[in-house]
Design a protein around this ligand. Sequence first.
Ligand code: FES
Ligand code: FES
Length: 249
Amino acid sequence: MSKHNECQDSGDPAATPQKPVQPSRRRFLQSAAAAATVGAAPHLRAQTQTPAEAPPAQANPAVPPRPVTLTINGRAYTLQLEPRVTLLDALREYAGLMGTKKGCDRGQCGACTVLADGRRINSCLTLAVMHEGENLTTVEGLATNNALSPMQRAFIEHDAFQCGYCTPGQLCSATALLNEFRNGTASTVTADVRRRPPQLSDDEIRERMSGNICRCGAYANIVAAVRAVHDGGGESSSVTVKPDFHRNV
Ligand code: FES
Ligand code: FES
């Protein structure tokens, strides 16, 4: 018989080595759950506060729609718009001009590019009410008298699109690009920003069109189309740029 068994058999509690008391797993889980309930109680009480106890909610009063007159492609549109409506949504959802496309809706793809007084802008990043009194041009306004603009024709001749989703924005951007170049606006690849570049290089075209993403990857043909219109010397469209254009850039 082992020494250990001798102690257990002696009947003397003082002689029995005391094992540390180990709580059972069930007891441990029960006490943990109880502690969690106590800890969560204040939060639960806060959630069940009656409306009379809660601080009054700050309500944002709705701003009602008001008439906004936009001049789009030479025609006046009076639209009932809330101040928060973007120009892109005003064009598509209120004026019914669906040519301008919504891609990212956050200024990253260029699909929504339109011209405001000849200057290209992302219409998803600006509010419609800010453009009263401007001449807005969308892709629907590039053609005149049912004749495609030189840039539109060049895009077709150079196969500068596939699915066509980015094309309205590309066309507006390319149209403004040629006007900007003629007016002497520099880009980040212009060697000497104090003077107009002697020629519109492919690097200049790529840089100036870099805000317009084409998921089909038609970039090489888009550059070729822009180059063709530039080298042809033709106007890219009848869109005119305000004399103070440079001060707005
Ligand atoms: S939809 Fe405006 S930049 Fe993409
Ligand atoms: S042609 Fe398809 S995204 Fe440009």
